[in-house]
Design a binder for this molecule. Sequence first.
Ligand code: MN
Length: 746
Amino acid sequence: MDKTSLEQERSEILKRYRSLLTVCRPTIKKEDRKRIRQAFDFATKAHKDHRRKSGEPYIYHPIAVAKIVVEEIGLGATSVVCSLLHDVVEDTDYNLDDISEYFDEEVSRIIDGLTKISDIFDQTTSIQAENFRKMLLTLSDDVRVILIKLADRLHNMRTLDSLPPKKQLKVANETLYLFAPLAHRLGFHAIKSELEDLAMKYTEPEVYQTILQKLADTKEERNRFIQSFTKPIKKTLQQENLGFNILARTKSVSSIWGKMKKKEVPFDEVYDIFAIRIILHSPDEREKADCWKAYSIVTDIYQPNPDRLRDWISTPKANGYESLHTTVMSRTGKWVEVQIRTARMDEVAEKGYAAHWKYKESKSGESGIDKWLRRIREILKSAETDALDFIDDFKLNLFSDEIIVFTPKGELRTLPVGSTALDFAYSIHTQVGNNCLGAKVGHKLVPLSHQLKSGDQVEIITSKKQVPKPDWLNYVTTARAKGKIKSALKEQKKKQADEGREILERKLKQFKIDQTQENIQKLMTHFKLPAPLDLYYEVAIGNIGQKELKAYAIDQEGGGILSYIRNPFAKSRDTQQQPPASHDPIRQQLKDKPDTLLIGDNMENLTYKLSPCCNPIPGDDVFGFVSIQDGIKIHRNNCPNAVQLLSKYAYRVVKAKWTTSKSIAFLSGLRLRGIDEVGLLQSITNTISSEYNVNIRNIHIDTHDGTFEGEVMLYIHDTQHLNNLIKKLKKIKGIQKVSRIGKMES
Ligand code: MN
C-alpha cells in the first residue's frame, strides 16, 4: 500500500475515533476520556497489521462496536474501553497479562470473558441455545460481557457481506438462534429486529428481497393511507392539548414473513404491516392517564377490536416493555394497530432497560447503569416465560447449580457444582471415564477427585490399564458418572464371578458337594452374602478359599444339609477318606470322642446339639456326628442325611442313646396338609395345647384354593408323646396328612 493511502487510512481511523468520542460526550465523564484514548491506542497498535475480510483496517471494527455499545445499548466508559480491546487477546499477539498491565482488574476480567466466548463460537459445531445462555451467564459475572458480545455480533452482521457464503450462513443462523432471542429478552427491540432482518438476508435471500421490494412498491399508497387515518386523531389530540408525535412504524421484513407463514396469507393480507405509534410528551405523573386519554380519543374515532387490547402499561413485560396497543377498524375496512406510549416508554422499548435507568437515575452515571446491569442479570436468570422467549427456559432453575468447563479443544461442558475431574471425564465418554488416571486443569496435574470450577479447561489423562475402582464412587457427583462407574464395577465383578464360579465348582467337588442351587443358598447363608454373584466373586478374589470351604464342608456334614444322595459306587472310596490332617479342632474332638453318647440328662452342659435337620426327640434312634463348628450333632437314624454321613464319614460317627427324663422338652416339627375348613386353625391349636405338656413354638399355615399346608414347631418329650399327638391331629376334620418334619416322605 502506498504512502498516501496509508495516510488516508490513518486519518479515517482518527475520524472514526472522533465520532466515537462525540457519541460518548453526553454520558461519559471527562476523566474517562483518558482511559478510552489509552484503549484506542493499545488496540490500534495491537491490530495494526490486521485487516478485516473486507480489506479494511481491523480497528474499524472495535471502534464500531464501542459506538454501538454507547449509542444503541447505553453503556459507559469501562464498556467502551473493553469494546475497543475486545478482540486483542483473541486475535493478536497480546495476551491477558498485557491487558492487566495497562488496564485495571475490571477491564481484564471482561476481556477474559469475551475471549472465552469467542473461543466457543470458533468451534465448528453449533452451540446449543441452552448452553449458550448458561455460558453467557457463567463466563460473565459481569453482564457487560454479554452486552459487548451483542454489539460485536450486531456489527459483524452489518458487515457480513464480506464473508464467504458458507460462513455467512453459519453466522446468520447462529444470530437467529441465539443473539436475536437474547436481544429480545433484554428488551433491545431495535437490535433484535435488525439482527433478524440481517440474518434473513442470508438465510432466505429470495423471500427477503421479495418482501423488501413489495414494501417499497406499496410505500406511497401506505403513506397516503396513514395520512388520512391519522388526520382526525391528530386534530382531537391537539384539541385536548396533548403534546405528541405520530409515527408509522413498518414491521421488519422478518416479522412480516413470520406473520405470512404463521397465518398462511400472502403479503397483501398481512393487516399489520405497519402500526401507528402515538408518542406522548407527558410528565411522569400523567403518563398513564394521558395514554388512556389518547386511547379513548382513538377509539371514539375508530371502532376497536375488543380482543386486541393490550395493556403493558399497568403490567409491563418482563423485558421492561411498556405500551398500550389496540387494533381499530379504519374507514377503508382494514384493521390498523395503534400503539400508544410516552416518549420515555418509547425509548425503553427501542433501547431496552438502559434507557429506563437513564430516566430513573437522571443521568447520574455508573450507579444507574449498575442497577440496570443487575436488572439484566435478573431478566436473564428469570424463569418468566414470554411467548417468543428464549428456548429451554425450564432449565433455568437448575442453572445456578452448574458450572461450565471446557475441553482442551474449547468445547463446552455443563456440570453440576461440585463436579470433579472424574465427572468431567465421564461427561466426555464412558471409556475416557473408565480409563481416567488423572487430569490437567490449566496445565496443572490434579487427581481424579479434584473439584472443578467454572471456566476451567480440563484435559483428561487416560491409561488403557486403568479400570474403575469402588472408591471412585466417592469422587463423583453426576448421576451419569455414578451410573457408569457402578455398571463398570458390576461388569468387572461379573467377569470375576464367572471365574469364581468355576473355581468354586472345582473346590466343592473335592468336598463332594454338588453345586446345586440349594447348596449355593447354604453357602451364601454361611458366608453371609446376599447373592450368588457375591459368593463367586469372594471365591475369585480369594476371600473364600480352600480353608474356608473345607471348614464349611465339614461343618455342613455335621449339620446335614446334604439332602442329595450321591452315587453309591463312590462309597468305598469315600469311606477310605481320612480326616484332613490339617484340621486340629476336629482331630481333637475325634480323639476325645466317647464310645457312646448319653443324651438328655443334663441339658445345661450339653456337649452335643440336636440337629435341626431332623429334630430328634427321645425315643428316636439316633447317632452323634462330630462337626467342626458345633461339636457333636445328634441325628435321627432315618434323617435324610444319615446315609451319606454314615457312609462317608464313618470315623466321625458316635453311638448315641437317650437317657432322658420327661422333664425335658425337645423341639420337633409337624407338617400338616388338608382341606381348608372354617375354624381349622383353632382346632389344630386346641388339639395341640390340650395335650399334656406340649407347647407350640410357632405355627404357620398357607391356604391356597381351598387347600392348606402348614407347619407346627412344638416342644415335646419323646416319640410316644409325639405319635399320640399325630394321631389326634389326624382326626381333625379336613386334615389329610400329618408327618414329622425331617423325615423323608415315603
Ligand atoms: Mn469482534
